[in-house]
Design a protein around this ligand. Structure first.
Ligand code: 5GP
Length: 213
């Protein structure tokens, strides 16, 4: 019996980490390795950074456009982060779930908690820990995309988030990319296999129980 032909209930996988912890590389690889997992592309009012593309990294929109989307109730959740607005458009998320597929969110702590409140057991919260704040600071300086002031704000915000680690279902330490990626992939695989996400198992079991022995 090929279980890939059986109905599956998708999940909302939220991966939260302070900036500079390698979250983007981990989540982009998970999505490219799994055809049934889609990245939720957020809308944001912040300017694109070098190398970022509209529609791939974010939908870069004006403040007016963002306000319009808010008025249309187009977001599953939204937040203001460092003075810019960010939101997760509802429509592509609902489309993926209706096909039994899953959605990965690369959003901040407040957004993840909002989605978790709405989606309950359909959401899985993962936090990625840096090995230390010193290492995180080093990575942010190497990336050199932010001013000293922004780096300082990101570090102090990271401290507040790390303190909330017990609100997450899983915590991954990213001191080694390959190991952290394997941990993330295992979490996704195990969550997909949960009985409640595979209603076809009930039918199979009732058929099995009808078999003569
Ligand atoms: P950045 O500007 O560095 O790309 O993102 C800043 C923060 O906003 C990150 O923590 C990122 O995960 C978060 N973020 C990105 N998109 C969304 C979104 O749609 N909703 C929320 N709540 N946070 C987001």
């Amino acid at each position: 019996m090929n279980k890939s032909h059986h109905p599956h209930r998708g999940l909302l996988l939220m991966v939260v980490a302070p900036s500079g912890v390698g979250k983007t590389s981990l989540t982009r690889r998970l999505v490219s390795d799994h055809g049934d997992l889609h990245l939720s592309i957020s809308a944001t009012t912040r300017d694109p950074r070098p190398g970022e593309h509209d529609g791939r990294d974010y939908h870069f929109v004006s403040r007016d456009k963002f306000q319009g989307m808010l008025a249309e109730d187009a977001f599953l959740e939204w937040a203001e982060v460092y003075g810019n607005f960010y939101g997760s458009p509802k429509a592509p998320i609902m489309d993926a779930l209706s096909r039994g597929e899953s959605v990965l969110f690369d959003i901040d702590f407040q957004g993840a908690m909002k989605v978790h409140k709405q989606a309950g057991a359909d959401s899985v919260l993962v936090y990625i820990l840096p090995p230390s704040l010193a290492e995180m600071s080093r990575r942010l300086h190497t990336r050199s995309q932010d001013s000293e002031e922004v780096i300082h704000r990101r570090l102090s915000r990271a401290k507040d988030e790390v303190a909330a680690w017990e609100q997450f279902d899983y915590v991954i330490l990213n001191d080694d990319f390959d190991r952290a990626y394997a941990d993330l992939a295992h979490i996704y695989h195990a969550e997909r296999l949960k009985r409640a996400r595979n209603p076809w198992i009930g039918d199979l079991v009732s058929d099995l129980l009808k078999e003569e022995i």
